[in-house]
Design a protein around this ligand. Sequence first.
Ligand code: GLC
Length: 737
Amino acid sequence: MNVFITKLMSTMTLEEKLGQLNLELGEPSAAVNAGGAKSNDFSNRVKQGLVGATFGGEFASNKLSQDLAMQSRLKIPLIFGKDIIHGFKTTFPIPLAMSCSWDPDLIKESARIAATESSAEGINWVFSPMVDIARDPRWGRIAEGAGEDPYLGSLIAQAMVKGYQEDLSKPSDVMACVKHFALYGAVEGGRDYNTVDMSHIVMYNDYFPPYKAAVEAGAGSFMSSFNLVDRIPATINKWLLTDVLRHQWAFNGFVVTDFASINEVKTHGVANAGDASAMALKAGTDLDMFSGNFINTLRQALSDGRVTLNDINVACRRMLEAKYKLGLFQNPYKYFDEKRRNTDQLTTQNLNAARRFAQRSMVLLKNDNQLLPLKKSAKIAVIGPLANSKADLMGTWVATKESGNVVSIFEGIKKMASSNSVVTYAKGCNITEDPYLLKYMDGPLSANPSAGLTETKTPDELRKEALQIAANSDVIIAVMGETSGMTGEDGNRSMVNIPETQVDLLKQLLKTGKPVVLVVINGRPLDLTWENENLNAILEAWAPGIQGGNAVADVLFGNYNPSGKLTTSFPRNVGQIPIYYNHLSTGRPYIEGKERYTTSYIDVNNSPLYPFGYGLSYTDFKYSDLAVNKKELHGNEDLIVTTTITNMGKYAGEEVVQLYVQDVLASIARPVKELKCFKKIMLQPGEKKEVNFTVKTSDLMFYNSDLKYTWESGEFNIFVGTNSRDVNSVKVNWNKN
Ligand code: GLC
């Protein structure tokens, strides 16, 4: 590869090298770069070798762009990116939902399918996985990640990268782009694009691990984040992009900016676009997304010495290496096999996989008196503004406009109920009547029918219809929550509740005396305190994707016994945020029932409504006989932890057995619990299994105040249980010598 690229670069002009650092919109009709050039200049720029990559395009536009590139002097192929975040034509549950499967193999499979479908569309670079640790449900983009835990987040990051990049020489593989590097999930107030500020100890221990894991999995590219790191925008942060990413972690791919983020260096108050361009290149940024600054200012930066030709050559080489790894020099049309669009996309197999993924992403939060699973012969009223919605089941970052294939929850339930049952539907209310939220919806969300903007019936008429069908039913399935647009990028909320108008309807439905099952459609942990106190059953269905309706019906009727476990803590109210399980002890830890002067609120319990790792089943699992092979360990011995799980109920079911460790005393304060391993097991009714875990000293490692990765002798609590709260524990002493 090196010889080929060195030879190619020896023939390239400076302009052609800068062209490789320039990423533009992929739809030539809309491809207008920040410099205001018109779209037909796009064609000329590609033919002149001034564009290295495009994003957002699909088959036809990408092929057109590649044809243009083949007319350039050196015929250097383009790479084609797109936001493929949770599936492509076959849209899967949002990543936060998928993470609740606690199944890295399943998540890898989802990335594999996404790679196959997107590569069939002429796309060979996906802006995924998003691996930002998030502890703030107000942040709309918590929907895109894998929750609050660095260990689980790292496993999922690796699974996604390996799913996309099984073998880049194959036309079914795509290059991953890990984002948003770094720390984007820690935006203050949960507001996108807001300030991030934290110590290096928190970075290395809590936020960096999934990015580092993605490098170890071989990710081909990274995307720098919009936010500051140590008060320096990530896009121009040399410590972050070179010292950490390349020198400490040995990343050898390329770094692309987030959308026009070079322009934002100025709005951060750090440098104007021209200087920011040069600073970004020297910091380790290789590709400029959409801003046009690299292509328009680096020649000047070179001539006045703010960058060197070597800086440009280094970035250019990285881009050419990516194209070489993708096999594009051998065959620029490797990803343009028209037949594959019919054979590889939206296949029955992929749709069945989407249904399986959605089943396993759902979390049963409450099920009083075993109301669920439902009998298929029941008379069922399916009510709510999301009960028959299709677009809102797809969640944020839907890569395709084709919602025609989506199965709504009402459709799924109606299809699965038996012929002698009666399944009726009523919208019951709009998503919201909140004027501020409606104003927002009238803008970015106006296309969303469930937002109520296109509703012709009055709230009263909607409510009357719902109460009528409720009165004639045995059970009410209330499908409530958030529209897709209330989540994802810029979908930040100051409240994390189900909108008031929907809760009002729930209260009316309760008055009918019929049992109410709440199915929550959402993209973030929500404050379900009232719902948890008043409703009989709650199923967290997230945005379940294209097969959401069938998967929800599968769970409600017991075709699939829910096994999902939360990967984020659900707060009792928004005032508790940030709330996460792996918190520090503090000098005055809260003790249940203790009087004042401990770290607590006077108006709400410290604990989350539902803790990290929480999820019920239709059966009951009993944990017993927690034991360790030894309580005094030395050096690199292995600690073997065993426990017995018994299925006490009448349903077969899967259980995620979780093991947490606490480093009781260390040179820096350490979390009260850290997830270190888990096993997902299937148990038949009455069956019992002994589960064992091996804990190694590598599981005790952390970054100390010198940022040295190490472990320290001392006392460790080992916890095993069904979630981060309900655990059994045993103490061991572990000494280095
Ligand atoms: C957006 C997002 C990023 C996405 C990029 C391209 O602003 O921050 O996740 O990949 O722009 O769409």
